[in-house]
Design a protein around this ligand. Structure first.
Ligand code: GLU
Ligand code: ZN
Length: 295
């Protein structure tokens, strides 16, 4: 079994401990299988990119002992996304967010969950005097996905729960969902391990894989690291960036130890105060939740 795994950070700022834990688990999963590990910078949203964040991320990963076999930048792969987009049934949409919300209210359909489902206002055509996004005319299907780690299954009706989603924004930026699907296929990724915040986006990504004739990788979603109040760690919450710990002369082994202890999972509970990334590989294989049969 040739496992190909990846870590796909957005270089929008300093990597915080929550990202580092996800990066560590993705790396452990790949390395426990003797697989090939990819570092992919998801840098399509140019307005949010910070030039210094690429190197800071590489250094943080190296400092933690998480290596990679190949590196890619999405910003250098635009042709691939354009080719994939051209193969899909899309249509231009000039709606503003406000127009979409009004259309939903007018149709008496309440927004589904916390995300408004685009009601298809431009399906039959639109006034092209405004910059247009490209939306995918989603098939009238229900897509189910399963998670190899949690055993959960999630089904979504593409028409009623997802809606025609944007594949290219009106400023020309390709959407994350399109790029991630094209890249995982092109890079031969077999195993995706990422934060649980992306679990509900998985059905639409699998739908795109199916429409483009790509294989679906195995998915594993891991909990996001939370602080002592149970709140998700994010850059804006002031979680210590890995960079700050590195520059302050903290020991990477201590940081790794804390990261895996925060999982509250056997056998990671019992790790010494300092441990190397390489020494965590056999523990990953032993762990009950991350069962080898499920890897
Ligand atoms: N770039 C995404 C993020 O930083 C991760 C994408 C993925 O793992 O599919 O949240
Ligand atoms: Zn529209």
């Amino acid at each position: 079994m040739n496992v190909v795994g990846r870590f796909a950070p957005s270089p929008t700022g300093a990597m915080h401990l929550g990202n580092a834990r996800t990066a560590l688990l993705a790396w452990l999963h790949t390395r426990a299988h003797g697989g090939r590990h990819i570092l992919r910078f998801e840098d399509l949203d140019t307005g949010r990119i910070r030039g210094w964040a690429y190197d800071a991320t590489r250094r943080d990963l190296e400092w933690l002992g998480l290596d990679w076999d190949a590196e890619y930048l999405q910003s250098e792969r635009l042709e691939l996304y354009a080719d994939a987009l051209a193969r899909l049934d899309t249509y231009p949409c000039t709606c503003t967010r406000k127009e979409i919300l009004t259309a939903i209210q007018d149709s008496a359909g309440a927004p589904h969950g916390d995300e408004a489902v685009y009601p298809g206002s431009c399906r039959a055509g639109t006034d092209l005097n405004r910059p247009a996004a490209q939306r995918w005319r989603v098939p009238d299907e229900t897509v189910c996905v399963s998670d190899d780690l949690t055993g959960e299954t999630l089904c979504q009706s593409l028409r009623s729960e997802v809606g025609d989603f944007v594949l290219q924004r009106n400023d020309g930026v390709f959407a994350y969902h399109l790029a991630v699907v094209v890249d995982d296929a092109d890079m031969g990724v077999t195993d995706i391990l990422r934060g649980t915040d992306l679990w509900t986006a998985t059905p639409r990504q699998v739908a795109l894989q199916q429409a483009l004739g790509f294989l679906t990788p195995r998915y594993r979603h891991v909990p996001l690291m939370t602080d002592f109040r149970g709140e998700r760690l994010a850059k804006r919450d002031g979680a210590p960036p890995v960079m700050a710990l590195r520059e302050a002369g903290e020991s990477p082994g201590k940081v790794l130890s804390e990261l895996v202890r925060s999982l509250e999972l056997s056998p990671f509970n019992a790790v010494p105060d300092e441990i190397s990334a390489a020494d965590l590989i056999p523990l990953w294989r032993e762990s009950g939740v991350f069962h080898p049969m499920k890897l």
